[in-house]
Design a protein around this ligand. Structure first.
Ligand SMILES: Nc1ncnc2c1ncn2[C@@H]1O[C@H](COP(=O)(O)OP(=O)(O)OP(=O)(O)O)[C@@H](O)[C@H]1O
Ligand SMILES: [Mg+2]
Length: 503
């Protein structure tokens, strides 16, 4: 092995199975110091499993794993930490009751004279780390209540204080707003410039091409190819990921628009949203556009009854829906696929079939059909349509890949056959190949008369799918644009400047 070209991380033909499920067949990855390396692939391709082998969460079944040229085999996450590997997951795992500083120094206090824990030294070091990262965070505050973005920064500060030579980020940006992504990228670039090695996993290709020097593609648990970013293109990467050409045009088909299904009048929640009125009709897809934090998800949550509101009313099929009662909303014919599927939408311990069938379970039970077979029959078609890649429907949802968990939540709600579907970020965490399948499905459901309210931060998705676009800015609807008038310029204008077009 020649000294200068020894990569920080080298994986060759790494395999890992869980019982009958082959998660990794032949995973390979070679990451150099001073570079940011993207790892891309479809949902279930094995990206997170590869990361977990490196992190010491899983032990590989076969293949080579070298760190700085030395063969390693981690039996636990503390082994990987000691070897200078830091992993940042989508949901950080901080201790909420401890302070920011205590979280950074978890398990390895700075000890001063007389073997006393030197808290001032630890605060000073935490402040120094945040200064270096260019973020304004108080190390004395508790971790509880911090945004996901700030929690990730704390994990990164921790990694730097441990002097990690390899930093892996598994879909870190899925829950971040635009400015937060920019801050994270600035931090990632400065770490690269210090000579550290970074691995970045994302389904957002604009981010991959913006941030990374090198891209490795995986498919079905195996390595496919590695490219310098400047030598490749997004369509080329997609073709390698899915093994076929993918149209990124959304197959929106025109549907007949009928009677109002959802009527929202003068909805208000003090300090969150104000005077929100709109209608969604049979067969219509209404997009809620706007910047992250504009209040779109909050409006959706109030309509469905997860959150309350101070004034206004919500009607479904002409009937008032009791406020703050998701049960009443479901009974009246609403379904809600929330933004944060893992926390709000999925019972991760239950099997896939049970998840998909849980909402219709009442019906099956009444008919005396509550058997695994009946559940599988109810769940199967929806899960199949969404290409939930599982060997068996009775697999536990907890062990599914992130993107497949998202699809299970969507399938579960579709099985209720609602009149109104509210769907928040329908394709977040879902790979490019399946994205257009989700869009086709929504379009078809609208064609069959379902009313759909869709929130999306991806402008092309909103413009491609929606019959009408409502733009939310600072808790108010600032534009109501029919499909023909919904240009990117018109939407961005309304999303950033308040009330120039009254909604
Ligand atoms: N603990 C486990 N037990 C059983 N199967 C598992 C386990 N962990 C992962 N798998 C399976 O291994 C395969 C690869 O999953 P992995 O999470 O690595 O995919 P991924 O590439 O990260 O996908 P995504 O983009 O959706 O996050 C999936 O089929 C998944 O269901
Ligand atoms: Mg994953």
């Amino acid at each position: 092995m020649t000294g200068s070209s020894t990569p920080v991380l080298e994986l060759r033909d790494v395999s890992k199975s869980f019982g009958p499920v082959v998660a990794l067949r032949a995973g390979s990855l070679r990451v150099e110091a001073g570079s940011i390396h993207a790892l891309v692939g479809e949902n279930g391709a094995g990206k997170s499993t590869l990361v977990k082998v490196v992190a010491g969460v899983h032990r590989r079944d076969g293949g080579d794993f070298l760190l700085g040229g030395d063969s390693v085999d981690f039996g636990s996450t503390s082994d990987s930490k000691d070897a200078g590997v830091a992993v940042i997951y989508q949901e950080p795992t901080l201790f909420p009751d401890l302070s920011v500083m205590e979280n950074i120094f978890m398990g390895r206090q700075i000890v001063g004279r007389g073997r006393r824990i030197d808290r001032p030294a630890m605060y000073a070091e935490a402040e120094g780390l945040f200064g270096r990262l260019g973020v304004d965070l108080d190390p004395r505050r508790p971790a509880r209540g911090l945004s996901i973005a700030d929690q990730q920064i704390i994990e990164i500060a921790k990694a730097i204080s441990l002097d990690a030579r390899l930093l892996i980020m598994d879909e870190p940006t899925a829950a971040l707003s635009g400015v937060e992504v920019e801050r994270l990228f600035a931090v990632a670039r400065s770490l690269r410039d210090e000579g550290r090695a970074l691995v970045f996993i994302s389904h957002r290709f604009d981010e991959v091409f913006d941030l990374c020097d090198t891209i490795t593609v995986m498919r079905d648990g195996s390595y496919v190819a590695t490219h310098r970013t400047e030598d490749t293109s997004s369509p080329a990467i997609v073709a390698e990921m899915v093994g076929r050409e993918v149209a990124d045009l959304f197959p929106k088909t025109p549907a007949e628009i009928g009677e109002p299904v959802l009527e929202v009048e003068g909805l208000q929640s003090r300090g969150v949203f104000h005077d929100v009125s709109f209608t969604v009709r049979r067969g219509e897809i209404v997009g809620l556009a706007g910047l992250v934090g504009a209040g779109r998800s909050e409006i959706a949550r109030a309509v469905f009854g997860v959150d309350g509101y101070d004034a206004g009313r919500v009607r479904l099929n002409g009937r008032d829906i009791r406020r703050r009662s998701p049960r009443a909303a479901i009974d009246a014919g609403m379904a809600f696929v929330p933004e944060d599927r893992r926390a709000q939408g999925l019972v991760t311990e239950a099997s896939v079939a049970r998840n998909v069938a849980s909402v219709i379970r009442g019906g099956l039970a009444r008919a005396g059909l509550l058997t695994t077979g009946a559940e599988n029959r109810a769940a199967g078609p929806w899960a199949g349509r969404l290409e939930v890649k599982t060997n068996a429907l009775d697999m536990s949802a907890r062990t599914m890949s992130g993107g497949n968990q998202q699809k299970v939540v969507i399938a579960k709600w579709l099985a209720t056959e609602p009149d109104l579907l509210i769907i928040d970020e329908p394709t977040r965490g879902i790979d490019v190949g399946t994205k257009s399948e989700v869009h086709r499905l929504l379009s078809e459901l609208a064609g069959q008369g379902m009313a759909i309210l869709m929130i999306s931060s991806e402008l092309p998705e909103v413009l491609g799918m929606a019959d009408r676009v409502l733009v939310v800015c600072e808790g108010r609807i600032t534009a109501d644009l029919p499909r023909a008038d919904a240009t990117p310029e018109a939407v961005m204008h309304a999303a950033t400047r308040q009330l120039e077009v009254a909604g």
